[in-house]
Ligand binder design. Structure first.
Ligand code: ZN
Length: 166
């Protein structure tokens, strides 16, 4: 289980980019190593999350894919990510939600978790996020974590090679 992970550099650099189409957001978020910030326009609150695809357990090859979700705490120059829960089901499932577990740094009803699940509902139901909710990717490839440089890669949050993979 992921506990804490120290990060020495600021996550957000000049290339972070807002995504609003829910299909593009879903693809970015589930790519494997996605870091992004959710921002509420009304409250100006922002939460930064990392969604990491769990390695497949070969003993349970047919088990569904899952993702670890962690949240960034602390100021930019002294940040750490703490595990907050799991995403198990796929976007098409009615059960798709971030679920906190025993090791989670948040509860199921804490604001960051509810904000995350509010976003998931929109990703399932709408072609684009509502104007009150903003999704900013980190400027790094959502699949491999490399810094994005080409404008069209920055636009989708995935590098040229990773964009074609699933
Ligand atoms: Zn990549």
């Amino acid at each position: 289980m992921i506990a804490t992970e120290a990060v020495s550099q600021p996550i957000f650099e000049e290339l972070e980019r807002k995504l609003s189409q829910t299909e593009a957001i879903t693809k970015y978020m589930l790519a494997g190593r996605a870091t992004f910030t959710l921002r509420s326009v009304a409250t100006q609150k922002r939460y930064t999350f990392k969604v990491t695809k769990a390695k497949k357990n070969l003993r349970f090859a047919n088990a569904p894919v899952s993702w670890f979700v962690s949240r960034m705490y602390g100021p930019d120059n002294e940040t750490c990510f703490r595990y907050i829960g799991m995403l198990n089901a796929q976007p098409k499932d009615a059960q798709w939600m971030l679920r906190t577990t025993r090791n989670s740094a948040e509860t199921q009803v804490s604001v960051p978790v509810m904000a995350f699940n509010f976003m998931l509902k929109q990703l399932q139901a709408l072609p684009a996020l509502t104007p009150g909710l903003e999704f900013w990717h980190s400027g790094r490839c959502g699949r491999c974590g490399k810094k994005l440089t080409v404008p069209e890669s920055i636009e989708r949050g995935l590098g040229p090679e990773c964009a074609g993979k699933q």
